[in-house]
Design a protein around this ligand. Sequence first.
Ligand code: FES
Ligand SMILES: [Fe+2]
Length: 431
Amino acid sequence: MTTTLLRPGDLVRPDAVHRSVYTDPAIFDLEMERIFGRAWLYLAHDSELPQPGDYVVRHMGTQGVILTRGKDGEVHAIFNRCSHRGSTLCAFEKGSAPAGHQCPYHGWLFNADGTLKGIPHPGGYEGALDKADLAITRVRTESYRGFIFGNLSGDKAEPLEDFLGHMKTSIDDLVDRSPTGRLEVGKYQLRHYYRANWKMTFENLNDTIHPGFAHAASVVSARAVVAEVGAQNIVPTVGMMLANGKPIDFFQNLDMVTAPGGHSYIGGHMGADYTPDTSDAYTAALVDYHGAERAKKVLSVDRHLMLLYPSSFWHARYQTIRIIRPVRHDLTEMIGYTFRLVGAPEETHVNAIEYCTGANSAASPVIADDLEIYERCLEGNGYDAREWVPMARGLHEVREAGNEATRSPSTSEIYIRNQFAAWSKYMEQPA
Ligand code: FES
Ligand SMILES: [Fe+2]
């Protein structure tokens, strides 16, 4: 079957998806244009750009953008591309450029908002070039509670809050955990690449069937650790490894929540009062800020990862956001950020780092299993053996359907079907 000649919508059935969506470079190119070129993508947190001139470089699909706080205090996003011969402007991930961004090739200088500030030796351009025409293309941004998102389709995109919909509650969950209402990005990022398609992570992180198999080895190790040191003395990663070994009934009873746009989350599987982030000092600080009743409510929210389709994963309990950067159809980068809940004890942030390391670093005893599986699926889906990949689990198990959100057992593959519903919608809409 020559899949690239098919319409994207023909590759998705209600209960199955064509294997080529994971293996075909032409489909990947179309995804970059139609999904990553249209959806709101999480870029950065306000605290990463505290001063005028501060910048970070991020990717939107395969395209690099620079976010800079201008002298006006506003954050501007522009393509990381000089309007002269096309060189990228910033080579560094972050820094400060209060005088503007200067191209390393011929020295053209750009303001934070992309306007061309100056050209060295301008004489030869006299009457031949209009500076106003050479501003760098700007990217539309909007923020929700300090989190900055970008959208490459500009005015055509819906407002950010409409895109987030019910998933705002998961972002609220993260911010409301701060005893000052403020978050600060952690110092370090965790990055790794895997040799498979970007969608593999979206289809895996809330898959509650695979841990008992793919992660069986670390479940055994975690149980051995508990036997040795006691359940009260384990770090969050061991807690996660342990939770991966819970019986299927537990996961069947847990809720999976899906929402329009391909987004989803599942109920927490580690327990609401499990970690030291509910320690006395932290709880006291939260009560001071929110009042007892509200603080209790904030701490009782127990969700596992929120998947914000198509590019980020949010874990409020451990103040972690992971961004996906699709590089090629068969190569993906994952970038993990942790956040400090300003005013919370240091221990809370240490737990976040520990969790992010355990869940997202290349050395994680859990994610190594997943990465191996992604690569195996890339290889297997490249075989001609069969064309369709089923995603039918839980097709008839919806607990409560709603316009804003739908509740199903967490063992359901409804979140994959929901992702492909969004996928088809983005992909079928012509340029
Ligand atoms: S390519 Fe940037 S100044 Fe020439
Ligand atoms: Fe996994």
